[in-house]
Design a protein around this ligand. Structure first.
Ligand code: CAA
Length: 425
């Protein structure tokens, strides 16, 4: 009996050791496998409103916007542009570079939901001819959901390395006319392809996160525009940054000096400046102003002329950094602070992959921004406040100049079309 028992024990020990070795190999493989952003592209609308026009109309010194808020222009979506048409514009150049049949999931992050039930990604699925063996999910938490999508997609690829996931963040930031938020509108969509062995950014493990039930910005179901307690929202943003930073350092052991460039959620560029100052103070940084600015200003260039794009805004900032830092960013560590009012926030990092510059789509970003048409104030008001979308049937005038267009509603069903851009307006 005893001999049998001893044999059992020896067998069990050997089996345990084998399992342990096998598991440690799996863990090792997962640890060394890089996952992150393989391709990234953004889209914005074909129109903008200058803050000079805005300031003149409101009778306010334009420097309040240029200097105080840090905004020069805001992208304005025409009535026939929505999050689906913007998202399609952002995704299409990525699909031209890969086999679209390989996409296994789409995570669509947005504050600007278009249906209470059906996810926006399913409209996109048809418009872009995505494979039927593909999951679609819509993610919501104000401006935070894009970061949540990125983290979830990264985790999914770590478990199933063959997955190729599109994370899309798309929003049209709209506040009431004459409200404090009106100067901080804008729109845009960012599409990111998440894969193993990514060519642009490896997402690093470990992040700091924070949730608190606050009413700083919200949009009840009956409203097209957000409600905001503006000054309070800026305070909650900054305190959330401090909480996530503390959690991030506990989780990762990293310090401020380990990070080469800082990307923040950018509702308006002065907010990102304030965030950076807050972090510098928290870590007692000895950097002088020029050194400190150099770590974050390149990420603000596009947002300054696009405006807020809620869930997309942090990633528009990242693209701005990639497109505008002249030196090579190979192996540089980038931090990301995502803030979604209400509120949920997260601080995490990624490392730029050598050779990233060969797959950037900088020219498309620059062209879209340069080719926008400037609006006068009355046309901006027409675009933003004159269409009643709460109708079962609605035909929209053709103003969207891009390939993908939200053309209206028939019997409560939204309709989208593809057009040849040159045939449009
Ligand atoms: N020249 C230079 N600077 C001037 C100036 C002038 N002529 N006039 C005013 N300024 C400065 C002010 O001194 C002020 O600077 P500080 O912030 O450093 O004090 C700045 O310009 C703004 O002036 P006001 O405070 O008077 O501006 P405001 O009352 O219009 O409100 C705001 C500003 C609260 C940010 C408002 O734009 C707002 O409500 N925005 C929407 C909410 C928002 O974006 N919150 C950010 C955090 S929440 C978030 O991030 C999620 C999200 O995306 C919404």
């Amino acid at each position: 009996m005893q001999e049998n028992g001893q044999k059992e024990n020896t067998k069990t020990v050997i089996i345990r050791r084998l399992v342990k070795i096998a598991l440690s190999n799996v863990t090792f493989d997962l640890d060394i496998m890089k996952v992150g952003i393989d391709l990234i592209h953004f889209a914005t609308s074909d129109y903008f409103l200058g803050m000079d026009t805005f300031a003149q109309e409101k009778g306010i010194d334009v420097n309040k916007y240029y200097v105080g808020i840090g905004q020069e222009k805001m992208s304005i979506a025409p009535p026939d542009e929505d999050i689906v048409s913007l998202a399609a514009k952002a995704v299409e150049p990525i699909l031209q570079q890969i086999d679209r049949a390989q996409i296994t999931a789409v995570m669509f992050a947005t504050e600007t939901g278009i249906d209470q039930s059906k996810s926006a990604g399913v409209f996109l699925h048809k418009l872009l001819n995505l494979p039927s063996r593909c999951r679609m999910i819509e993610l919501k938490h104000a401006c935070y959901a894009g970061a949540a999508g990125l983290q979830m997609a990264t985790a999914l690829v770590k478990v199933n390395p063959q997955e190729k996931i599109l994370v899309i963040a798309a929003d049209i930031a709209k506040y009431d006319q004459d409200s404090s938020g009106e100067a901080t509108q804008g729109c845009g969509a960012v599409a990111m392809l998440i894969t193993q062995n990514p060519r642009i950014l490896e997402i690093e493990p470990g992040s700091g996160y924070f949730t608190d039930d606050v009413m700083d910005f919200w949009r009840p179901n009956h409203r097209n525009t957000a409600l905001v307690d503006g000054k309070y929202s800026t305070k909650v943003y900054l305190s959330s940054l401090k909480h996530t930073w503390e959690h991030f350092t506990e989780q990762t052991g990293r310090v401020f000096e380990d990070i080469d460039y800082f990307c923040y959620h950018i509702p308006f560029t002065k907010m990102a400046d304030k965030a950076h100052q807050t972090l510098l103070k928290k870590v007692n940084s000895q950097l002088d102003k020029a050194q400190a600015d150099a770590k974050t200003l390149p990420s603000q260039i596009y947002n300054r002329i696009i405006g807020n794009s809620y869930s997309a805004s942090l990633f528009v900032g990242f693209i701005s950094l990639l497109d505008n830092v002249k030196d090579r960013l190979d192996n540089k560590r980038i931090s990301f602070f995502s803030y979604g009012s209400g509120c949920v926030a997260e601080f995490f990092t990624g490392v730029i992959q050598p050779g990233y510059q060969t797959v950037l789509m900088s020219e498309s970003h620059r062209q879209q921004i340069a080719q926008r048409t400037e609006l006068d104030y009355p046309t901006y008001i027409d675009f933003y406040y004159k269409t009643d979308y709460a109708q079962s049937d609605l035909a929209l005038p053709q103003l969207n100049k891009g390939r993908f267009r939200f053309c209206g509603i028939e019997q409560d069903k939204r309709l989208y079309t593809q057009q040849t851009p040159s045939n449009a307006l």
